[in-house]
Design a protein around this ligand. Structure first.
Ligand code: CA
Length: 370
């Protein structure tokens, strides 16, 4: 059995199939007709990762044995490292890794979590990750949170800011007012998290973090710029609330730097770095250092399923899985799209990722990468 083709493609989720939010997908097919699907981070449409796959990675994979995937992908990572190891290259490799795990599951007729050593759980709660709150009024934030609570019954709500990254400490009083209003809406005991999306200085973060402690928020995500690793660690160490970071961290080594700086909850993302193989390594790193590993994951189909398989195999799971806004957009692309039921996602025993493409919809929405 050899890898016969590696096809990266973009899918557009608008009703016309030619516009709207993009996903960066990939299909790897073997010479005996098996195939696996993968996904890269869709930042800027995912075209950078898809282009690296088409130009630099696919030609090196064709003709190889798919179960050599870790050796093949680590070889390509080091071969292409001068493209910059952070972001587009690691997203491309993540997509390939996920597709090769999907293929491996289909080959052995086992769900990926079984190949990872078995599931501690196959039914998992999720949290509603609610973005774009920087530009909303206090009342609008409350309305949006209320709508998702009612519709989805999440185990926790995270409010994200998604502000302008070129400005820091823009509206601390307003941010605090929104955090207070959401606490008032959900009551004293419902778990909440606050994602600053890198919006504060160290001083600003300490000020907001103290209020979040008083309001009983569970975690405070990316309070300062992700590239200021020492500052992230300083905020984490000065506050009592758990400070998290890592969604913009693309290597195992850089995650180790976050731990050294003082961060105690890591959030690597399976479609941005490492894929399934890499996320399992991140879990081992976190376990060795006694820090929490709670993956970031905002892509609601392939990325989401890959993430759930790893979460099923993770022993110390301390927080629910992420489910971001507009997760319904990718549902038409699959015959059996993942959907929350009764506040949970449940993994089946279907082979690989357990996801079946709706081939007609994929064909209609597909933009090949030259
Ligand atoms: Ca975040």
């Amino acid at each position: 059995m050899k890898i016969k083709s590696v096809e990266p493609f973009q899918i557009l989720w608008g009703a016309d199939g030619k516009s709207g939010a993009a996903s960066a997908f990939l299909r790897i097919t073997t010479d005996d007709g098996l195939f696996g699907i993968g996904e890269a981070s869709p930042m800027q449409g995912g075209l950078a990762s898809l282009g690296i796959i088409a130009t630099d990675l696919a030609p090196a994979l064709i003709g190889n044995y798919p179960l050599d995937h870790a050796v093949l992908l680590d070889t390509l990572f080091h071969k292409c490292i001068k493209l910059g190891p952070e972001g587009a290259l690691t997203g491309a490799l993540a997509a390939l890794d996920i597709a090769l795990w999907d293929l491996k599951g289909k080959l052995f007729k086992q769900p990926i979590y079984k190949l990872l050593g078995g599931a501690w759980r196959t039914r998992m709660p999720f949290y509603a990750s609610i973005g774009n709150n920087a530009k909303r009024s206090v009342d609008e934030v409350v309305r949006v949170v209320e709508a998702r609570l009612t519709r989805e019954r999440p185990a926790l709500v995270k409010i994200r800011w998604d502000g302008n990254r070129t400005e820091l400490d823009k509206d601390i009083a307003g941010d605090i007012a929104k955090a207070r209003a959401v606490r008032k809406l959900v009551g004293e005991s419902f778990p909440l998290a606050f994602d600053a999306n890198n919006g504060y200085s160290v001083g600003g973060a300490i000020r907001v973090g103290r209020v979040l402690e008083e309001l009983g928020y569970v975690w405070f995500e990316e309070p300062v710029q992700h590239y200021n690793v020492q500052s992230m660690g300083e905020v984490a160490q000065r506050l009592d609330i758990t400070v998290s970071a890592g969604e913009q961290t693309y290597t195992l080594q850089a995650l180790a730097d976050l731990i050294s700086a003082g961060v105690r909850m890591l959030q690597p993302d399976i479609v941005k770095m490492g894929g399934i193989t890499g996320l399992m390594q991140c879990i081992a790193l976190a376990q060795a250092h006694g820090v929490e590993l709670v993956p970031h994951q905002t892509q609601p189909s392939i990325g989401h399923m890959a993430n759930l398989h790893v979460l099923a195999a993770q022993m110390h799971q301390t927080k629910p899985a992420e489910l971001a806004d507009n997760w319904e957009r990718t549902q038409p692309g699959f015959a059996n799209p993942p959907k929350p039921v009764d506040g949970h996602f449940e993994l089946s025993a279907a082979p690989g990722l357990g996801l079946e493409l709706n081939e007609a919809e994929i064909a209609r929405r597909r933009r090949p990468i030259a």
